[in-house]
Ligand binder design. Structure first.
Ligand code: IPM
Ligand code: MG
Length: 359
């Protein structure tokens, strides 16, 4: 049976990296006799330029008609002056909401091949880094109403609302505990319950949901402490359960300490298909169009797409093995080390596709 994947390349390096991700998927399809059909739609600044909106209706329809969505990146200085509802970021926030993608899974893994790139002290890095941020993605201060900028007491005043309902907390907590059951069975829930009511409710509901998962060890941590612990000793974490804004910040931090923002994939899932898969890095406008981007986060997102989006774990393994093999010899500029061969985005994609075909 054929599966449809909707490609949303977006802006900046988005087009270059999605082309490599597609190559990997096509190589897998050829190797395993799977039929993959690709559709493509506009999002972000590219969509705004062509249609006047960062998320055209046709894009939402194309995504909904697919089995999985594969996104590059959005945004760039060209669109920075636009009003909030026209900005490229609105495209990505909008598609998350439209598809009900409330659960964002962001694994941060220090591959042995890349230990040299890790920003941590060798003694800390040696303890290992293999965690996953389970971030709530359709609520919190990102979407809470009221929001705006208005004049109060003669001053322009900006305001946003941090907001979570019990049900929103419950469903993401379930995802975190289920994820932990397949890993080291430890969940650390992040909040700011010493200050915020939203966080007090968060902690209460997470503690209640935990009763259904007696095998999982649950701890709670304030977000400021978590930011510190992540650089001090990330090996203490298995699953980090967070709200939208804390997860946005902590997942970049978790990715950066691995030394290779260009390596980390993500999945955004809802109650039903399609889910959306994307690298966690941005559109990198400074290197766009120069064949310098690292496509591996996107290629690893393709592996997540196969595993979580299309229930094809063996095929996903194939991609991940090919990436490890490729790293043994080839590197893009961001992860270059002595003794390796420096390659561009396209060549890295070719190497991985070739390995998938021949391994
Ligand atoms: C991310 C990004 C997005 C977010 C932006 C592009 C809206 O930073 O996926 O982490 O804040 O969620
Ligand atoms: Mg972010």
């Amino acid at each position: 049976m054929s599966k449809t994947i909707c490609l949303l390349p977006g802006d900046g390096i988005g087009t270059e990296i999605i082309a490599q991700g597609r190559k990997a998927l096509e190589a897998v399809a050829r190797r395993t006799g799977t039929e993959l059909v690709f559709t493509e739609a506009l999002i972000g600044g590219a969509a705004y330029d062509a249609t006047g909106t960062p998320l055209p209706r046709e894009t939402v329809d194309a995504c909904k008609a697919s089995d999985a969505v594969f996104l590059g990146a959005v945004g760039g200085p060209k669109w920075d002056a636009l009003s909030p509802d026209k900005r490229p970021e609105k495209g990505i926030l909008g598609i998350r909401k439209e598809l009900g993608l409330f659960a964002n899974l962001r694994p941060a893994l220090l591959l042995p091949e890349l230990a040299g790139a890790c920003l941590l002290k060798p003694a800390t890095a040696q303890k290992g880094l293999d965690l996953i941020v389970v971030r709530e993605l359709t609520g919190d201060i990102y979407f809470g109403q009221p929001r705006g900028i208005e004049v109060r007491d003669g001053q322009r005043t900006g305001f946003n609302t941090m907001l979570y309902s019990e049900e929103e907390i419950r469903r993401i907590a379930i995802v975190a505990f289920e994820t932990a059951m397949k890993r080291k069975k430890r969940v650390c829930s992040i909040d700011k319950s010493n200050v915020l009511e939203t966080s007090r409710l968060w902690r209460e509901i997470v503690t209640t949901v935990h009763k259904d998962y007696p095998e999982v060890e649950l701890s709670h941590m304030y977000v400021d402490n978590a930011a510190m612990q992540l650089v001090r000793d990330p090996s203490q974490f298995d699953v980090l359960l967070t709200g939208n804004i804390f997860g946005d910040i902590l997942s970049d931090e978790a990715a950066a300490i691995t030394g290779s923002l260009g390596m980390l994939p993500s999945a955004s899932m809802g109650q039903s298909a399609p889910a959306l898969f994307e690298p966690i890095h941005g559109s990198a406008p400074d290197i766009a169009g120069q064949d310098k981007a690292n496509p591996l986060a996107t290629i690893l997102s393709a592996a997540m797409l196969l595993r979580l989006g299309l229930d094809m774990p063996t095929e996903a393994d194939l991609i991940e093995k090919a990436v490890s093999r490729a790293l043994a010899e080839y590197r893009t500029g961001d992860i270059m080390e002595e003794g390796k061969t420096l390659v561009g985005c396209e060549k890295m994609g070719d190497v991985v596709a070739e390995l998938i075909a021949t391994m």
